[in-house]
Design a protein around this ligand. Structure first.
Ligand code: PLP
Length: 330
């Protein structure tokens, strides 16, 4: 304890050099992102502050950020707190990127486009063709692509397609963290990778607002990156995904697309109700089962179920949801 307590100094705002190096190497090893060096990395206390700092450093008041929906709940608030405006665009029926919808939404005020693959809430991994088209679109316009890669190691097949390497690195910001792929939510370590120019703006901002991420957590993050991969963790997640799918197939009014990564399934309940807020409230009160309403992701009529739990809880939760639907219908 004494040793740990003496590790009590501020670190550089952007993080310990060893951790920034380790993150740059991680990206080079896993995602072949050759341009990424330590100086492009800013470490933060979770991916949320990284995203907020990115938007605060990129946006002027009234600037627009295009976000394909369904979209993770916090992007809009993070954009708005930075004075920007979130502009939601549709994805395809299978929740893949619709690049023409993104292109049509670009205006003079557009500063950034946010993507998140594997996606929260759908588990969708965006396909190669739209990703390539998106890279081309970004290269043509004066916009920055913010790629939230937080589920990037939680993929169930060879399907994961990192961003087109043709994209101009000066127009790309990658956000990632240790909460999902390394399952270290409470340690609060995230990071962003950007051009060095943007990196120094982000660091200046953080030097006044947050300072460095906690030093103990930074050491834990270094240890996590040195740790061997644990394929069992992923196998277990695939088993749970399959278990969730089987149980959901047993509920006749719901439909969904099989998640390809992450740990959520986004379920269409519109043939039962469009008011998913009410559905979630009633399900929680009558059966004690918690799921998230689609309204949080700009998609009423859907619910998000997390299967990152033990299989008996998953099974009893989904069986109770089936009971709830059957009782409500009768
Ligand atoms: N991005 C997405 C898509 C998420 O789902 C989450 C967490 O739920 C985050 C970012 C934030 O993660 P962190 O715990 O690192 O702040």
């Amino acid at each position: 304890v004494k040793n740990k307590l003496s590790d009590n100094k501020y670190t550089p705002v952007a993080g310990l050099p060893e951790l920034r190096d380790a993150i740059a190497s991680y990206y080079q090893n896993y995602f072949h992102s050759g341009w990424i060096e330590s100086g492009n990395v800013t470490v933060t206390a979770g991916a949320k502050p990284a995203l907020t700092a990115v938007f605060m450093s990129l946006l002027n008041p009234g600037d627009e950020v295009i976000i394909p929906k369904p979209a993770w709940v916090s992007y809009q608030s993070e954009v708005e707190v930075a004075g920007g405006k979130a502009v939601f665009v549709e994805t395809t029926k299978k929740f893949d990127l619709d690049v023409s919808a993104i292109s049509n939404a670009i205006t003079k005020k557009t500063k950034a486009i946010v993507i998140n693959s594997p996606n929260n809430p759908t588990g969708k991994i965006y396909s190669r063709k739209p990703l390539d088209a998106l890279a081309e679109l970004v290269n043509l316009h004066d916009v920055t692509l913010v790629s939230d890669d937080i589920y990037s190691r939680l993929v169930y097949s060879e399907l994961y397609l990192p961003l087109n390497s043709e994209i101009d690195p000066a127009k790309l910001v990658i956000v990632n963290g240790f909460s999902k792929s390394q399952a270290l939510t409470g340690w609060r370590i995230g990071y962003c990778i950007s051009s060095q120019d943007l990196q120094s703006k982000i660091s200046s901002l953080l030097s006044h607002t947050n300072g460095n991420a906690p030093v103990t957590s930074q050491h834990a993050a270094i240890a996590a990156l040195e740790r061997e991969d644990e394929p069992e963790f992923l196998h277990d997640l695939v088993d749970k995904r399959d278990q969730a799918i089987k149980l959901l197939q047993d509920i006749d009014i719901v439909s969904f697309h099989e998640p390809e990564g992450g740990f959520y399934v986004f379920v269409d309940i519109r043939s039962f109700t469009n008011n998913s807020d009410q559905f979630c409230q009633d399900l929680l009160e009558s059966k004690g089962v918690g799921v998230v309403p689609g309204e949080a992701f700009e998609m009423p009529g859907y619910i998000r179920i997390s299967y990152a739990t033990n299989s008996s809880t998953l099974s009893s939760g989904l069986k109770k949801m089936k009971e709830f639907i059957e009782e409500s219908k009768s």
